[in-house]
Write a protein that binds this ligand. Structure first.
Ligand SMILES: NC(=O)c1ccc[n+]([C@@H]2O[C@H](COP(=O)([O-])OP(=O)(O)OC[C@H]3O[C@@H](n4cnc5c(N)ncnc54)[C@H](O)[C@@H]3O)[C@@H](O)[C@H]2O)c1
Length: 253
């Protein structure tokens, strides 16, 4: 259910905005009249994503970024503030799953570092520059896509599980640092959501993750966008440094 005008007058950056959850959240913010900058490393997908949202009431732009590169993360955020005058919302949905169905003896260091670089170091960088951009107005909403894997750990997915546990630590620390302002920093921890990300996961891992969901199904992008958009709305004013579950009953604490 679209909440009309909820993001009117607001500017949002959505990393990973060319696909899956990021694209769904960007679409919903634009439906609710926000100005959305979809940011992603995949230029071709980004262009298609931008076009797919063209008919929505909010303004849509796109920007190529590799969030692992500090200068690129900084330039993305600073250029959006320069162009639109403010940054109200950062949704960091860029991420990869890395190795799946791979125990630690087979998990090579380069793959482990790569998943940490994108999922964790990238989260640190975009948070740092988003906070800098939000501080002058003392207002902002930062949301990271973590995962149930970061809370419980998924076997065969050490890199992914560690990176998402790190994201959870990041929001807990930075949320407290800015709790005296109206800048909130939170994470969303979904179980399995039907997106292109799952194409990179082994069947064995997908079966394991699905079997752990009491509702017995995958979540949808629309269900994810619904909760994410509340967390980044003005209404969510008493939550910071926390992790929201979205797991069809898997998360119980
Ligand atoms: N789909 C799920 O089941 C699920 C569950 C829990 C958490 N998540 C998390 O949600 C987020 C979004 O996942 P999704 O399912 O939409 O995946 P997706 O693959 O559909 O989208 C991820 C996007 O991130 C982009 N990206 C990758 N590396 C990047 C980089 N260095 N810089 C900028 N962009 C980069 C990709 O190009 C892609 O467009 C991820 O962080 C993922 O870990 C997904």
């Amino acid at each position: 259910m679209v909440i009309e005008n909820r993001f009117q007058g607001q500017t949002a950056i959505v990393t990973g905005g060319a696909s899956g959850i990021g694209l769904g959240i960007g679409a919903r913010i634009a439906q609710e009249k926000g100005c959305v900058v979809l940011a992603d490393i995949d230029e071709e997908a980004l262009e298609q994503a931008r076009k797919s949202l063209d008919s929505l009431p909010g303004k849509i732009e796109s920007a190529r970024v590799d969030i692992t590169q500090e200068a690129e993360a900084r330039d993305l955020i600073q250029s959006v503030v320069k162009r639109f005058g403010q940054l109200d919302v950062l949704v960091n949905s860029a991420g990869i799953v890395g190795k799946t169905a791979t125990n630690i003896l087979e998990y090579d260091l380069a793959s482990f570092r790569n998943v940490l670089d994108i999922n964790l170091i990238g989260s640190f960088l975009v948070t740092k520059y988003a906070i800098e951009a939000m501080l002058p107005r003392q207002y902002g909403r930062i949301l990271h896509l973590a995962s149930i894997a970061g809370k419980e750990g998924n076997p065969g997915m050490a890199g992914y599980s560690v990176s998402k546990a790190g994201v959870i630590g990041l929001v807990k620390a930075i949320g407290k640092e800015y709790a005296h302002t109206e800048i909130t920093v939170n994470a969303l921890a979904p179980a399995l959501i039907a997106t292109p990300l799952l194409e990179d996961a082994a069947e064995e891992s997908l079966n394991y993750m699905t079997s752990k969901i009491p509702m017995g199904r995958l979540g949808t992008v629309a269900e994810t966008a619904a909760l994410a958009c509340w967390i980044v709305s003005r209404e969510a004013s008493f939550n910071t440094g926390t992790v929201f579950d979205l797991s069809g009953g898997r998360a119980t604490y």
